[in-house]
Design a protein around this ligand. Sequence first.
Ligand code: SF4
Length: 328
Amino acid sequence: MKMMKMMKQPNILKPENKNEYISVFDLKTWMICPRLFFFQNSHREKNKTEWEEKNKYFFQKDPVRFFENEILREILFCLPEMILENAGEQENGTWVDFAGLENKIRQLIEDLREEMKLLESENPDEIKKDEIKADEIKKESGAGNNIFAAIDDACAEIVRKIPILIQNISKTIETYGFDLYEAAANPVKSEHVFYFQKINLAGAPHKVVLWKEKMVPYLLKTSAPPQNGIWEKDRIAAAAYILILEHEFKKENVADSFIMDYAGELRIGRIRPQDKKIVFRTLRQIKEAKNGKMPGEKNILFCPNCRFQENCRPKLVSILSRFWGKGE
Ligand code: SF4
């Protein structure tokens, strides 16, 4: 199987002036917390290098979890092709060689372990830098002795999760057969950066696949799905991708549905008419935030893990104290 390049957040701020463009990634951050977007964006503009470094571990002070997500996402990317390689048809129906599939996944984890280490450290000088960086992370999170140990721990964690992955794949095959995997194994585009100039929106869906003769975004998540359907923020992100694809491939060639891969469990989502309106409204709000307007809306559920608490929290506490009559 051809190894895919390790997925990093694509550089989708490429054309002309990056400050003028809004990415679907921005939109997703806004959906987590509008204020988070605001602080992250202002911090990025002031100090790009520091932002890039810290953002890597933002919300995930544990580097093991960070690497686990990165590696698992890459496995999900390759999975449809691997499933088809281990599947077939017999007189009494289709079958999957799950033992063979598991071996392939294990082999892929080993390959990705090495690739991730190479990415983190491209030459001997870099290794020293990594050790220093790892010490800083260790102080902050208490995790692993160094970056490489964090990568090893992440791989071990994924190996432990293989049975869940297999269970999810089996559930998908029971529901949809192999059709969705066949579409995903033969994408029209993978991680291609699309740009819709009129609304100033750029985005790179993990894959664009042909499903029932229409273009459909295929999106990967390493987390679990809701009990039914699709998480709302995933549907809004999908609506943004669909808007971009409609511009690229013409509206009549793009479905109003999308495929979500939640750690091997595939679900088909359908966007509602109001989802595109929410995208437009959010784009306006993001533009204002980029111009310096602090959003009023917050998501206090994320505050305990947020590194911007110092900038944001005093106002938050004063608002809460108004409701509960408590001083700071
Ligand atoms: S402290 Fe809370 S409200 Fe403020 S940016 Fe962070 S997550 Fe959002």
